[in-house]
Design a protein around this ligand. Sequence first.
Ligand SMILES: Nc1ncnc2c1ncn2[C@@H]1O[C@H](COP(=O)(O)OP(=O)(O)O)[C@@H](O)[C@H]1O
Ligand SMILES: [Mg+2]
Length: 161
Amino acid sequence: MKFPRNKSCNYNFRSKLGASIDKGRTREVFNIKDNPKYVIKFSTNPSTNRHEYKFYKEAKRNKLTAVLNSIGEIRSISKSGQYLVMEKLNDLPFGNHATQCPDEITDRKRSNFGVDSDGVIKARDYDTRNGKTVSGKLTPVVFSQDEQDYFRDLLDDLDQL
Ligand SMILES: Nc1ncnc2c1ncn2[C@@H]1O[C@H](COP(=O)(O)OP(=O)(O)O)[C@@H](O)[C@H]1O
Ligand SMILES: [Mg+2]
């Protein structure tokens, strides 16, 4: 499967947009045509995509395997930064889960994590925004299917309106 070439023009990415999956605070996420394993993340403001790409690239360059196994794989970013191709990570299954994520990730809400095709939990929204470089350190995260968690996500959603 071919991907829109890294650092290429918006059109290469836009022409691959499939159905919309969901929206977050800044980005809308779409299926990518003819490829069930990846998604395209779009925002008119490129900063979040750029941070994520930089974080992934840095982890890759430093061969930080544990970090790479805990964040969504990135295949390419548009020259504008508005489009980013990331591995598809479906919502966490109902119930309680425990995993590890890079220290630098601060927004550890349930909806920012997903499972890959092997069932491994990975961060799918890892804009750190604090500009920290990748330390390689991981920290435990717990997702509990309880009221608190439910209300936390609800409040986050209200925040976005
Ligand atoms: N890699 C992904 N695979 C599948 N769905 C995703 C992926 N990344 C994000 N999503 C979905 O899109 C929503 C918004 O994406 P997110 O990265 O959290 O954007 P924002 O930076 O605006 O918060 C997520 O809450 C999730 O439902
Ligand atoms: Mg998010």
